[in-house]
Ligand binder design. Sequence first.
Ligand code: TA6
Length: 300
Amino acid sequence: MTSTPAELPESVVLAEGEGGLPVVRVATAVATGEVYLHGAHVTAWTPAGSDPVIWMSGESRFTPGEAIRGGIPICFPWFGAGREPGLAPPPHGFARLAGWRLLGAEERDGEVTVTLRLTDADTAGVKAAAAWPHPFTATYAVTFGRELTVALTVENTGDAEISFEEALHTYLAVADVRTTAVQGLDGATYLDKAPGAGPDHVTQEGDVTFTEETDRVYASSGTVVVVDGGSGRRIGIAKEGSANTVVWNPWVDKAAAMPDFGDDEWPAMVCVETANALDDAVVLAAGQRHTMTARYTVTR
Ligand code: TA6
């Protein structure tokens, strides 16, 4: 049974974070972590004995109306510019710009699950929400432990069919993206969104490695492993309910063009995102719900 905010376990505190934004902080013998109510944005996860796994930009803003840079942005109900005109800006939907409600938290054997919720009624003050006026309830369960599990459940609370895109846009910390590889996408087709790429899908051959701006939406439902050559760490990403894996690194020019991203920060991160985007958007009949889950495991 999830506790109410007033009954949080001792290992969980609701505090004032960066920019004065409310943040839920978790600390147990097993792991530490934090999630802001702004966007239900996970900004930290560190299993005991490990280095931080989630990357954050030193230039991130913590401002209502702006997305936090780094962590795990929730992209919903559209991805990128969206599949139809009139949605973006902002890119990636309005969920990461909205104030989510803390339903509560519970601890079990050193693992803490924090549950947050957003409904269409909560987005009245979010200008971008007007572009997608459909009744919904989004529930987000974040379990901080030896592993990190994030589960986004969307319910269609209206009486008409809805369609949406979604992504857990996770920024992972690596020693150097130039000596990092992503395993598990060999043979998968992808849409290349990097500048100058053609419109046709491409087939991945071998591991994904990084020598330039990389921005790819793979058709893949399987597990991938981020192999950090610089540190020897491996980050496994298993998932359910997701048809796409997105891999992104901005490289030099795009990093320099983002005001909330340090010019020299790009080697230290890679985004590996659990998603349902483009042709794999989710369609829900009235009353239906869908859950997309990602589970992160660190070895070494
Ligand atoms: O998921 C990759 C991507 O769509 C890239 O094209 C890049 O725009 C990135 O997301 C960051 O988007 P944001 O809106 O967070 O700056």
